[in-house]
Design a protein around this ligand. Structure first.
Ligand SMILES: Cc1cc2nc3c(=O)[nH]c(=O)nc-3n(C[C@H](O)[C@H](O)[C@H](O)COP(=O)(O)O)c2cc1C
Length: 153
């Protein structure tokens, strides 16, 4: 069966580059599988373009005992509170490290998923939750996740 090409937008917040690395891996995989993928840092992304995609992927890491990464938290988050995501299919990528906080480990993933649901979006896949450095997880956990996501697009 030939798969339809989907228009996919990835928006991420990243401080030291880990979320960027994971989102770029996901973007490359989906592009190689025939989709039209755009990837942007959240601080440069216009909030009025958050909906209207075949699939939206939001990615963000966790800092400060369960807070979103600073670019997402201060530059992007205030701008997206009035956005309606009705009809928008979405998926979430969260990163964290349990050495910093076990109670709020990868809280960013839960915050983003809650945001999608509260703004009427539709989560089409379970959250990708990456604990610790993602490099060794790209070809395993991330690949399996994006392969499964690709089957749902
Ligand atoms: C100062 C500091 C605080 C952090 N706080 C948390 C936290 O509360 N919960 C968590 O799961 N990870 C926490 N982390 C881990 C980061 O989320 C993790 O290293 C992530 O991979 C960074 O991704 P980024 O490079 O995309 O920003 C913290 C890291 C630092 C340096």
């Amino acid at each position: 069966m030939t798969q339809n090409m989907a228009q996919i937008q990835i928006v991420y917040g990243s401080n030291s580059g880990n979320t960027k690395m994971v989102c770029e891996y996901i973007a490359a995989f989906l592009s190689e599988h025939g989709h039209l993928v755009k990837i942007d840092r959240c601080e440069h992304y216009p909030e009025d373009k958050l909906s209207g995609h075949d699939l939206l992927i939001l990615g963000c890491s966790t800092y400060e005992h369960g807070a979103l990464e600073d670019h997402f938290r201060y530059s992007f988050w205030p701008r997206i509170q009035d956005i309606d995501l009705a009809g928008q299919k979405a998926a979430v990528v969260g990163l964290g490290d349990s050495k910093y906080d076990t109670d709020y480990n990868i809280e960013s993933g839960r915050i983003l998923a809650k945001y999608i649901e509260e703004h009427n979006g539709e989560l089409v896949h379970e959250n990708l939750m990456i604990n610790k450095c993602p490099l060794s997880q790209l070809e395993h956990k991330v690949k399996i996740w994006v392969e499964d996501l690709n089957k749902k697009i």
